[in-house]
Design a protein around this ligand. Structure first.
Ligand SMILES: C=C(O[C@@H]1C=C(C(=O)O)C=C[C@H]1O)C(=O)O
Length: 445
């Protein structure tokens, strides 16, 4: 892991100023890679560029190593943030499995990578803020102020509106998993579940799409934000070579502020209707469906159990239907008060992977996933989010996602299997879960 630090004295310098609001896409295009965006309901939209510091880690202690690197970095801070939303934060994520980033398209992605952006634009309720961060040899307050003034003239002077390029269109697609192979995998998993070896497993597929035109990055993020305002939207470039992992997920893994924890159990899926009445009918059918309720309750129970050692109290809201633009899910919000101060990464490590994306018992499920899926999950279905100096943070489960390069996107989607899962229905559910990203790549009819 890189730990950009020299001693003695503060080595992280962060300065922020208000700027005239540029269009998101104009700022995105003006800033050099590697770029990061984080756009969560109730939070400011953060656009980061470059890296004042990068933390990477691999292996079984990757959560602890990122935490140690973050503590080291933040301990050395000299920060004038201007507003809370622009305080220094590390943005990044983890791979689903240890060692899970080997093949294409994951080769550029470390098993854990967090970045403190060199330049950051924060679109908050109280205005747009520009931040310059520097660490180590560059961390001279006068030089940072000078850089801030330069960037303010440049980014603050960008257009406030822009023409959005169209969706790129898809020339060809390839699946990792044929219908036949899927049927066999689902049947084998269901046999193991009926035999008592497993209780639930989430199996996924990948879909590779060749694009007709260059992937319009900022426009795609803008469109996802409009269509999925209640979801966490995320975008990570691991280096300056053009790959990006992005998505719009309805699933929060954990948010920690002080000692208050918020998380979600989200599992059990149906489609959207053509009319409001059909939507209602499908929602009611989902709430009444024994298979989906069982699949959901395994997740809710496990999340509660995993939080127990950390919690003074836990409370779960009512199970209800969460309606998104393309699907409907069973959802139980869960909150907890911690019994001691904790770092958000302690909770991320304890909760990932929940049975919403892994299964139960966890070891058997992970082994089944590993033996069955003919591709690497990489960062798909893994924790992505941010950490601040206080150890607070917010992480989402990176589903409804894809890796894109200039002319290609690889999409991922999975489904939870229990004893009475049917391969054809589960196949259809996978196709539904590709829609959030696929709809942004296909040209509208
Ligand atoms: C695994 C995915 O979604 C998860 C599986 C769900 C299910 O099986 O019903 C629902 C929501 C997510 O927890 C995915 O979208 O790829």
């Amino acid at each position: 892991m890189e730990r950009a630090r020299s001693s003695p004295g503060p080595t992280l310098v962060s300065r922020t100023t208000g700027i005239d609001a540029p269009a998101f896409a104009a700022a995105f295009d003006a800033l050099p890679a590697p770029r990061t965006t984080w756009n969560a309901p109730g939070d400011a939209l953060v656009l980061g560029s470059g890296a004042a510091a990068t933390l990477t880690a691999s292996g079984p202690d990757r959560f602890a190593r990122i935490r140690a690197g973050a503590d080291d970095l933040f301990d050395s801070g000299n920060v004038h943030a201007g507003t809370e939303a622009a305080r220094p934060r590390l943005f990044g994520g983890f791979a689903f499995h240890e060692g899970g980033c080997d093949g294409d398209p994951w080769a550029p992605f470390p098993e854990a990578r967090f970045v403190l952006p060199r330049v950051q634009v924060t679109f908050a309720d109280n205005g747009v803020w520009l931040t310059v961060n520097a660490v180590g040899a560059d961390a001279d307050p006068d030089a940072v102020e000078e850089r801030l003034a330069e960037e303010r003239d440049r980014i603050g002077g960008l257009a406030a509106t822009d023409d959005r390029p169209p969706r790129p269109g898809i020339a060809a697609t390839r699946r990792t998993t044929s219908r036949e192979a899927w049927r066999e995998s689902v049947e084998a998993a269901v046999d193991r579940i009926r035999g008592g070896d497993l209780r639930k497993v989430v199996l996924a597929q990948a879909l590779e799409a060749d694009l007709d035109a260059a992937f319009p990055r900022a426009a795609t993020l803008d469109r996802l934000a409009e269509k999925y305002p209640d979801c966490h939207r995320y975008y990570f470039e691991p280096d300056a070579d053009g790959s990006a992992f992005f998505g719009a997920t309805p699933e929060r893994l954990v948010a920690l502020r002080g000692r208050t924890v918020e998380t979600d159990a989200l599992a059990g899926t149906t489609g959207r209707g053509e009319t409001p009445a059909e939507d209602e009918w499908l929602a009611q059918e989902l709430l009444d469906d024994a298979k989906n309720v069982h699949e959901h309750e395994l997740v809710a129970d496990t999340v509660r159990e995993q939080l127990e050692p950390f919690a003074a109290s836990i409370s779960a809201g009512e199970r209800r239907v969460r309606r998104l633009a393309t699907v409907q899910h069973l959802h139980t919000p869960i909150t907890a008060e911690l019994n001691a101060d904790r770092h958000v990464l302690d909770l991320v490590e304890a909760l990932h992977p929940t049975p919403a994306v892994g299964g139960l018992p966890p070891d058997r499920a992970l082994e089944t996933i590993h033996d069955t899926e003919p591709f690497d999950r990489g960062w798909y279905a893994a924790p992505v989010g941010w950490i601040d100096a206080a150890g607070n943070g917010a992480f989402a489960v990176a589903i409804r996602s894809a890796v894109a390069t200039a002319r290609r996107a690889t999409l991922f989607a999975g489904v939870g299997l229990v004893a009475d899962s049917d391969p054809d229905r589960e196949w259809d559910e996978v196709q539904l879960k590709y829609r959030p990203i696929l709809d942004e790549l296909e040209t509208a009819e």
